[in-house]
Design a protein around this ligand. Structure first.
Ligand code: GDP
Length: 466
């Protein structure tokens, strides 16, 4: 919300206070106040649970009436347990699809209705995307649906998803999937889940669990009903009137239509012809469409729309907000562009006059899947850079082992390669092997230091070339 890099905050606490923090940690109020002091920001605590975004967030949050808004749901779980199938089956019954005759496209989120109550689903499954958003400072999800296949039970990524949802303090609802399969064992799945601390309501716990078949569309109404109930209990609210603000969910480029960005409105209402700013990117909302490609003129809290009108692609995970006039919007975008240029270290300084592209191959091993997205996000600035070409040869959770060194050794002659660890271990034999092959392994606890090491490697590359 304060538009400061999470890496800077982590580094501050580590370097100044000797306090190691991870990307998923929550800050106590005193620490939040300290961060604000460091960045010379005014800090006002508002204990009401509301979602807001934008420069004027803290104040605007209190203006206007809070109204109930649909919950925003993310689907998580182990690979192949049916997340995509569940999202596909539900997308077919989205509000827009039923109105427009059933043809929908993926725009990043959609809304379905049950008994006049709406529920918005984020169309990118998995906790990696979820945590990457959180790492950028955007809390998008209100409720997590954990999909567990009843023929497979709890698997490693199921556990990871539980950890990520818990870290974000969002309620979890379990969809025990694939109950149509002959070897499905929902009771065993419940028992697996209880070992992970998720106790079903009918077992005396407080986690709603529904047995479904995403593929055969069985009991999905029950799932939606439970989502509605959870939303009612949690009382998700937002101001509906006033300028729209929220988060960029997706951003793509289309040759004929230009930049297409899917915006999830979190507060206020977004209208056609509004002037919006996301990061340093300016937008006059020319056309807003829902997932059925139908034009919509306004979108309120928890509704996602695909918009055209950004001059330049905004970044997924960045917040956006609407300004009353084109001049105000432009002024905000320009001010931020100046600030970014001034405060930028690392890659910006690496731009050379030469047309030379610096290439670096990277192997990244981390403590958890979610950290991979967080690390890669730090380098999102250079994704399209013509000066720097980072190639992620392998990214995986786990320790650095011999096979990683072997992989590094396969890089073409003359191409630089780095093995990076983040909060992970290095096996002694990998260390030995790396020395033999003159390959450097670097392991970091602070994400910012990892970034600096990559920048330093690129810089030394430059010097060698000169
Ligand atoms: P994801 O990796 O979690 O997104 O899983 P997918 O949605 O891609 O599903 C993996 C496989 O399981 C696919 O072949 C699906 O057709 C199948 N599948 C998903 N849901 C069900 C279900 O409810 N019943 C059965 N029998 N198969 C399912």
């Amino acid at each position: 919300k304060i538009r400061k890099p999470v890496a800077g905050i982590i580094t501050y606490f580590f370097a100044e206070r000797g306090k190691p923090l991870k990307i998923n940690d929550f800050l106590e109020k005193e620490l939040i106040a300290e961060v604000c002091e460091k960045y010379e920001l005014e800090c006002i605590f508002d204990d009401e649970k509301t979602t807001t975004a934008g420069d004027r967030g803290f104040l605007a949050e209190q203006e206007g009436d809070l109204k109930a808004r649909p919950p925003v749901v993310t689907v998580m779980g182990h690979v192949d347990h049916g997340k995509t199938t569940l999202l596909d089956t539900l997308r077919k019954r989205s509000v827009a699809a039923t109105e427009a005759g059933g043809i929908t496209q993926r725009i990043g989120a959609y809304t379905v209705e049950l008994d006049d109550q709406q529920i918005t689903f984020i169309d990118t499954p998995g906790h990696e995307a979820f945590t990457a958003m959180r790492a950028r400072g955007a809390q998008v999800t209100d409720i997590a649906v954990l999909v567990v296949a009843a023929d497979d039970g709890v698997m490693p990524q199921t556990k990871e998803a539980i950890a990520h949802a818990k870290a974000a303090e969002v309620p979890i609802i379990v969809a025990i999937n694939k109950i149509d399969k002959p070897d499905a064992d929902p009771q065993k799945t419940r028992s697996n889940l209880s070992e992970e601390g998720l106790l079903a309501e009918d077992w005396g716990g407080d986690v709603p669990m529904v047995e479904v078949s995403a593929k055969q569309n069985i009991n999905l109404d029950d799932l939606l009903e439970i989502l509605n109930l959870t939303a009612e209990v949690s009382e998700f609210k937002a101001v509906k009137d006033g300028p729209g603000a929220g988060v960029v969910l997706e951003s793509t480029f289309d040759a004929s239509r230009g930049c297409l960005a899917t915006l999830l409105v979190q507060r206020g209402t977004l209208h056609k012809c509004d002037y919006a700013v996301s990061g340093t990117k300016l937008c006059k909302v020319r056309l807003m469409q829902n997932e059925a490609g139908k034009e919509v003129l306004d979108a309120g809290p928890s509704i996602a729309v695909q918009v055209t009108g950004f001059q330049d692609s905004p970044r997924a995970g960045d917040q956006f907000e609407v300004y009353p006039t084109a001049q105000e919007a432009r002024a905000v975008a320009e001010r931020r562009a100046k600030e970014t240029a001034r405060g930028k270290v690392g890659f910006a300084g690496l731009h050379t006059d030469s047309e030379q592209t610096m290439r670096l191959a990277l192997i990244l091993k981390t403590d958890a899947q979610g950290s991979i997205a967080a690390v890669q996000h730090m380098f999102s600035d250079v994704k399209d850079s013509k000066y720097v070409n980072l190639r992620w040869v392998l990214t995986a959770p786990g320790p650095i082992t011999d096979s990683d060194v072997e992989l590094a050794a396969t890089c073409p002659e003359g191409q630089r390669v780095m093995i990076l660890g983040f909060n992970t271990q290095v096996s002694p034999s990998a260390e030995r092997k790396a020395r033999e092959c003159s390959i450097k392994i670097q392991n970091f606890k602070v994400i910012y230091e990892l970034y600096d090491a990559v920048v330093a490697a690129l810089e030394s590359d430059l010097e060698q070339e000169e």
